[in-house]
Write a protein that binds this ligand. Structure first.
Ligand code: FSX
Ligand code: SF4
Ligand code: F3S
Length: 393
């Protein structure tokens, strides 16, 4: 009992210290970041988001980031700074579904307002500028915010034919050239979606253009917001973390933030009791489907997939694939298009060394792999501190 109380005292002291550091960091960010174009409070009001809803959102976000409620005000302050972080958003080989998922929404929630006001210095799909003018915007940003902007990359990079499958802009630079040039000056590089993070669909077999992930193409450490498309909450949370701690959140061995990708879908699935009770949907539209039974036999890859989809859901918490009635296709895992196929049939028993009976051992084994990765990744860093000597001036 006494030992328990001591433990709790130590933990809450550590959290209080962390919070103090967080406030120092947010003050620092306040001085460093360019001024905001719009008043965030006014914007929330304009969009009909009440103070109460905003507080509710900050506490949900704090919880999602695995922080205790004393961090709510810090998360709120970071949200106010969110739109001041300069962002360069690059597009390589992909379907643009990630941008679509982030920018098209019918819900005027806090998350959407943040994404709408994000300071996109450069974004090939939605910027008004084109050609030389667009290139100037990029050059200007690299010049104005060296070591201070975040580089967000959507899409894999084709290496085949010396990178020439992808040429961009008026000078016809290759994807590899642009990625090298921009990431070298960024504070950190965030890969949005499985394509930039792992190669994913453009790198699926037979991969004629030799597409690879950003980290493989140019050898930089990236923060991988996995998913096809990823959940905007995981992107927003990562930037809030960056603002509060001036650092990236702890990453797993695949570069994914542990707070968002540290748990297996199967272990937090609302249909799990049916799996345990051997109640399976056997055919689309059958009685089991109507009763919301487990989708394992319809090819659900939740047992092999790490993500928080079931907890944070999509579209402002409305739903997620398994809730909507389809199995998880494993979209947050590397090479899912090849490794998780066929998507609507259980994975071949040999792939992970066993069938349904060994699913729980698979989870433990995969977790082992990611845990080793966490330690390995801790040695490297995906971020360049502003006062770091390696900062590009
Ligand atoms: Fe890939 Fe994103 Fe899937 Fe598409 O750009 S992660 S194919 S949703 O759009 O990169
Ligand atoms: Fe949920 Fe899929 Fe696991 Fe079934 S197999 S419990 S549907 S994650
Ligand atoms: Fe992707 Fe599976 Fe989540 S398909 S969106 S990881 S439920």
């Amino acid at each position: 009992m006494g030992r328990n109380a001591d433990y709790h005292r130590t933990v809450s002291k550590q959290y209080r210290q962390l919070l103090k550091q967080c406030q120092v960091n947010l003050d620092h960010m306040d001085r460093e970041l360019p001024p905001s174009v719009e008043d965030f409070g006014e914007l929330l009001k304009e969009r009909g988001v009440s103070r109460r809803e905003f507080i509710k959102w900050t506490s949900l976000m704090t919880g999602a980031l695995m922080l205790p409620p004393i961090f709510n005000p810090a998360v709120a302050r970071a949200a106010e700074q969110f739109s001041r972080v300069p962002v360069v958003w690059l597009h390589f080989a992909e379907c643009t579904g990630c941008s679509e998922a982030f920018l098209r929404t019918s819900y005027p929630g806090v998350a959407d307002i943040l994404l709408e006001t994000i300071s996109l210095e450069y974004h090939e799909t939605i910027m008004a500028a084109a050609g030389d003018q667009a290139e100037k915007c990029l050059e200007q940003c690299l010049h104005d915010f060296p070591g201070k902007f975040l580089c967000v990359i959507e899409g894999a990079i084709p290496l085949g034919n010396n990178g020439k499958y992808m040429r961009l802009g008026p000078k016809g630079k290759t994807g590899v050239e642009i990625a090298k040039e921009v990431t070298a000056k960024a504070a950190a590089t965030i890969c949005i979606g499985g394509c930039s993070a792992f190669g994913n669909i453009p790198a699926a077999k037979p991969n004629p253009t030799d597409c690879v992930s950003v980290s493989k193409a140019i050898g930089v450490h990236t923060i991988n917001i996995a998913g096809c498309p990823p959940n905007p909450v995981n992107f927003i949370g990562t930037i809030l973390h960056y603002l509060m701690f001036r650092d990236v959140p702890p990453l797993d061995g695949l570069g994914r933030p542990v707070w968002a990708y540290g748990k297996r879908i199967h272990d937090y699935c609302e249909r799990r009791a049916h799996y345990d009770g051997a109640e399976f949907v056997q055919q689309w539209g059958d009685e089991g489907a109507k009763h919301g039974w487990c989708l394992y036999k319809m090819g659900c890859k939740g047992p092999y997939t790490y993500a928080n989809c079931g907890q944070v859901r999509f579209n402002d918490g409305v739903s997620w694939p398994i809730m909507a009635g389809h199995g998880c296709i494993g979209c947050t895992e590397p090479g899912f298009w090849d490794t998780m196929a066929p998507l609507e049939k259980p994975i071949h028993e040999d792939t992970f060394g066993g069938g349904q009976g060994t699913i729980d051992t698979i989870g433990t084994a995969l977790l082992g792999v990611t845990a080793v990765g966490i330690a390995a990744h801790a040695a490297a860093t995906a971020i360049r501190h502003r006062d770091d000597k390696s900062e590009t001036k």
